[in-house]
Ligand binder design. Sequence first.
Ligand SMILES: Cc1ncc(COP(=O)(O)O)c(C=O)c1O
Length: 415
Amino acid sequence: METLEKIKVKQFDVYSIREDFPILNKTVNGNPLVYIDNAATTQKPKAVIHSHVDFYLYHNANIHRGVHQLSNESTEAYEDARIKVQKFINAPDLREIIFTRGATESINLVTSTYGRRNITEGDEIVISTMEHHANIVPWQILCGEKNAVLRVIPIDDNGEIIMDEYVKLLNNKTKFISVTHVSNSLGTINPVKKIIKLAHERNIPVLIDGAQAVPHMKVDVQELDCDFYVFSAHKMFGPTGIGVLYGKANLLESMPPYQGGGDMISSVSFEKTTYNEIPNKFEAGTPNIAGAIGLGIAIDYLNNIDFGMLQKHEKEILDYTTSKLIEIPGVKIIGTAKNKASVISFIIEGLNPLDIGIMLDTSGIAVRAGQHCTEPLMARFGISGTVRASFALYNTMEEADIFIKGLNKSISMLK
Ligand SMILES: Cc1ncc(COP(=O)(O)O)c(C=O)c1O
């Protein structure tokens, strides 16, 4: 049998990777599916799908409080998944990995606990123009409750954070910074290490929204030195309904619980309740056990893939598709940062992005069209939305060609 090490150094073979994703063989509207809506959610490899079936067929029981074999099995599998996540992002301490429903819940956990405890009237919280609504609205709710102020780092016309403006925003009222690692709408990869360093020089904690980063690059929370890092399993080939909050142990320990219930307590009486240690303090109630296990399997899957080759492959598709797109009359790419993940947003003069998306679907091509949960970002560019093609490790150059052909056909039918 091949060892994991041997598989790791295997050439990056997109066609054999595709065999792991059964849905990619589907036909949509009479055409082979071209799935390039990966920033919304990725498809799942067989191993992840089978892990769900296997869990419910052979191991299903509630975790942590059982005395019987099945409960021990499911507890072990759930806690194994936590170890896999810890290694995946190189967190120093296993207790720093909290399972949540996803990136959105992870951010809400931080605003509701760390935020409520530490933010007071007149404090300032800094986010960027390119944030997903998940990294805007929870902070707005907190600012509304506390009479705090939300400050926004501007971006330039390429969709890059203007670092000088960022530094100008930092002052002694700045109490938290929360920015995305990779923009879901523009593809911009932000210089988060620099952003964190500048914040830490002023003792300001930083949360990084890694929802769009984890499927494309190796993330090392110790190297970044972020205080919190959040992501969702479903955008990295894992199941929906499960995600991660990484937080530095001293911060997590100082934070009040997010939700009350089973598992998050150490003892309860009607007079007084004491809370469990981290991470359990933040995992009230029965969690998504099968989801966490599936996330662990998705991590195993990614660990078998050489990220250097994955990035080379995705960059080739990004560059090729971009070069073909800009040849089409009336096309304008929104998001032309130097450092980009494989996400291309664009508009076409005189055409509604939604119409283009619907037309592409008739050719079996799945893209996203609209505001991509980044309404303020769209306003910054003075547009109502874009068409977004987002590529993952299983997409091919042939699919890029089909997309360009389908787009040309859609344009000629719509004009
Ligand atoms: C950058 C970014 N942050 C946060 C989210 C929210 O993720 P979820 O809906 O999985 O919680 C998304 C989803 O598209 C995203 O792209």
